[in-house]
Design a protein around this ligand. Sequence first.
Ligand code: ATP
Ligand code: MG
Ligand code: FE
Length: 346
Amino acid sequence: RVIMGIESSCDETGVGLVRLHDDGTVELLADEVASSVDQHARFGGVVPEVASRAHLEAMVPTAERAFATAGLKLSDVDAIAVTAGPGLAGALLVGVSAAKAYATALDVPLYGVNHLAGHIAVDTLQHGPLPKPVLALLVSGGHTQLLRVDDIASGITELGSTVDDAAGEAYDKVARVLELPYPGGPPIDKAAKQGNPKAIAFPRGMTGPRDAKFDFSFSGLKTAVARWVENTERTGDPVPVNDVAASFQEAVADVLTAKAIRAAREQNIGTLVISGGVAANSRLSELAAERCAEAGIELRVPRPRLCTDNGAMIAALGAHVVAAGRSVAPLDFSANPGLPVNVVSL
Ligand code: ATP
Ligand code: MG
Ligand code: FE
């Protein structure tokens, strides 16, 4: 069966096509993304109205490209999955409306699915079916969570999350302080490669004995970086951008991997999946690989292209939801900007 996935929760318009095989494996057929990131760059963050308008313009061309690359016709689609939330209300609405139109015109079932669960499900396109359970570290622009995934089609439990900024948000804000372009993850990753991660001892938030075990905090780190840069500027010395980037990146990777390993151990889970845009970070996956090897935990990180927002992740999740025989969404469902992570599909 062919499943079409539509994503529009933030600034990427994504249309993915996958094939669900009888043995439950899911094969990637097409993954087309149009991003409005350049239109947001001068604002240093996503402007919701601009994103909605861009989705509207990009949706049909992106879908056409997906069908062209897969060599499929609209009539080959057996089911459609669309991101129902969480995300920006206006942006989500464009995808949900498009999905309803395609589903009605093609007379195929429609599933409203969870964007965050999609970030995890996408790993099955690269590494095959997920063991049960897995621990997921979801690190993106808007979220930072540790999740216990007993079954990707239905059973996700939140173990902890950030109490303030998301990891990606911290990257974007620190990039601004360092006068690096938006989004900040890729340029910081690159600068850090030339820097010394031990140059500056930035704080590791929420790692004290009295802090909640699986929660995160990145706003103190962001402030510490900003203060350090200000103080250096005041002395008139040049800011060692590469060292600051490397030291900041080390602090983030250290906290994320330490907590993930601790959660896996305590929950007795043998597999860690890291996903979301920040999973594209080279130091995070490197440190996670080291620490997982030491702890005897299997590590799965999808390739960077699958980690950031795309339609294939929604199609993949849709395929798992279809395979599990989950119910179809009522055609009058709405997007839910605050959809909780334990609701995998509507
Ligand atoms: P959410 O999924 O929470 O709704 P989102 O969809 O905006 O948020 P993603 O597209 O998954 O998030 O990820 C975007 C974030 O990933 C940005 O904050 C960006 O800076 C960060 N990012 C991308 N590449 C890297 C990298 N190599 N290192 C660190 N961060 C990165
Ligand atoms: Mg984005
Ligand atoms: Fe995302």
